[in-house]
Design a protein around this ligand. Structure first.
Ligand code: KIV
Length: 301
């Protein structure tokens, strides 16, 4: 049975915290689903961590559709939420309806997420009235990077008051949950107490109802950077580099592939093929070779 948005609301009522992870592809979706992660967010952070853009602004609806569909194919239990990219919902409620419809119809995702508070509340209401579950997202909203930078939001009375009002407006508009990103922990706690839907924190401290993290951060896929709000649960970056180095060494040293990784063929076919020629035996490992040129030298990372 797939997790539902109603279940998340029940978990809030019951005081049950839950974990959310971003996910952008089929194989990882299968793993996270099997690990029992109840909500997978196909975030537009994909623009930075998968596509290598400087920020999330270049992400297109088509990118989200392609990746959200792959995640849905891999996740049988988790609720899959697809992010609405920059300028797919800010222009008008109609544009938002069309974009959200494509996300649900073409990917099979069960919900959408969009950034913004009071100003996007009327659009959220239209989506919810049309039967589309919406996750809100306030605080540090990366699609506004050129206005706010990547700075914690809500440290002044004015901004903190606005964020409380944003959360209330989103709740009134019918969101099933609200991401609080880059919000001081005490304010996130106040917002969490003030709404009946679960808050999902990232850089918002322990008082939220749930937590979301970018999968690349918790798996250590970037060896040179970890955001302050993240905790590394594995060093996959190191493991991948080491495996790649070992593989390259095995190939250049003739250790891979060996007989175990090779395919055989019928002896009679071989005999006919060779027809008097000296027989070419496949050795256990590739024979040693003198390189004629320097070749590619791996650079230290
Ligand atoms: O795009 C994203 O991955 C997000 C999460 C970090 C909340 O918005």
């Amino acid at each position: 049975m797939r997790v539902t948005v109603q279940q998340l609301r029940d978990w809030k009522r019951q005081g049950q915290r839950f974990a959310v992870l971003t996910c952008y592809e089929y194989s990882i979706a299968k793993l996270l689903d099997a690990a029992g992660i109840p909500v997978l967010l196909v975030g537009d952070s994909m623009g930075s961590v998968v596509l290598g853009f400087e920020n999330t602004l270049p992400v297109k609806l088509e990118d989200m559709i392609r990746h959200a569909a792959a995640v849905v194919r891999g996740a049988k239990q988790a609720l899959v939420v697809a992010d609405m990219p920059f300028m797919t919902f800010q222009t008008s409620a109609e544009d938002a309806m069309r974009a959200a419809a494509r996300l649900l119809q073409e990917t099979g995702a069960q919900a959408v997420k969009l950034e913004g508070g009071t100003t996007v509340a009327p659009t959220v209401r239209r989506l919810v009235d049309a039967g589309i579950p919406v996750m809100g997202h306030i605080g540090l909203t990366p699609q506004s990077v050129h206005q706010m930078g990547y700075k914690v939001q809500g440290k002044t009375v004015q901004v903190a008051t606005r964020l409380l009002a944003d959360a209330a407006a989103l709740e009134d508009a019918g969101v099933f949950s609200i991401v609080l990103e880059g919000v001081p922990a005490p304010l996130a706690g106040r917002i969490t107490q003030s709404v009946s839907v679960p808050t999902i924190g990232i850089g918002a401290g322990p008082l939220c109802d749930a937590q979301v993290q970018v999968i690349h951060d918790i798996l250590g896929l970037f060896t040179d950077f970890i955001p302050k709000h993240a905790r590394r649960y594995a060093d996959l970056g190191q493991i991948i580099q080491e495996a790649a180095r070992q593989y390259a060494a095995d190939v250049t040293g003739g250790e891979f592939p060996g007989a175990k990784e090779s395919f055989t063929m019928d002896e009679r076919v071989l005999h006919e093929l060779d027809a008097g020629e000296p027989r070419l035996e496949v050795p256990e490992h590739a024979p040693a070779r003198e390189p004629e040129f320097g070749g590619y030298a791996p650079q230290p990372s």
